[in-house]
Design a protein around this ligand. Structure first.
Ligand code: HEC
Length: 148
């Protein structure tokens, strides 16, 4: 009995530490400004992210990341629709490591996890693509959240 408890503990610990090891923290250098776009991403990242977005994200978040204007309204089961990612919702509240985390790990609110589908660099590119739709004000506010 005691042995079994030990085993359960070891497995739990293994899972927890494994989880920490595989999770991804973007290098803060990612946010260095690119001369040509005046933002952290290059045109090439935006283009590649656009292809990834069209394939995996557009069906829920909208072709232009516009999703549904009614994203604040939960359905009968209390679940919220996918929010727009075009800068009109609240994605700008999340600094880069939170954005990569939501995308890689998903949420209980219906956002699928993409860690088994997308490479880390693809996640960075897809963020570049939807941020290229953000107005300057939202983008600057987001940059500030990364400095805290
Ligand atoms: C099956 C539908 C679906 C697909 C496909 C999907 N999402 Fe989501 N996504 C959601 C839902 C629903 C939420 C809101 C989750 C919540 O509130 O817990 C969400 C939330 C998010 C958020 C957080 C936004 C915020 O304002 O907090 C980001 C970022 C995001 N998704 C990015 C993506 C990316 C990038 C892809 C493609 C790789 C993608 N999603 C594919 C349904 C989807």
């Amino acid at each position: 009995m005691i042995r079994q408890k030990h085993t359960v503990w070891l497995i739990t610990l293994g899972l927890i530490s494994g989880g920490i090891l595989i999770s991804y923290t973007p290098d803060p250098d990612v946010l260095h400004k690119d001369e040509t776009t005046d933002r952290w991403f290059t045109q090439q990242q935006v283009q590649q992210g656009g292809a990834t977005y069209a394939q995996y994200c557009a069906s829920c978040h909208g072709v232009q990341a516009e999703a549904t204007p009614a994203w604040r309204k939960p359905d009968d089961q209390g679940r919220y629709p996918p929010p727009p990612l075009n800068g009109t919702a609240h994605a700008w509240h999340h600094p880069l490591p939170q954005l990569t985390d939501v995308i890689l790990e998903g949420t209980e609110g219906g956002m699928p996890a993409w860690k088994n589908t997308l490479e880390n660099h693809q996640v960075i590119e897809v963020i570049a693509w939807f941020q290229s739709h953000w107005p300057d004000q939202g983008y600057q506010a987001w940059i500030q959240t990364n400095k805290r």
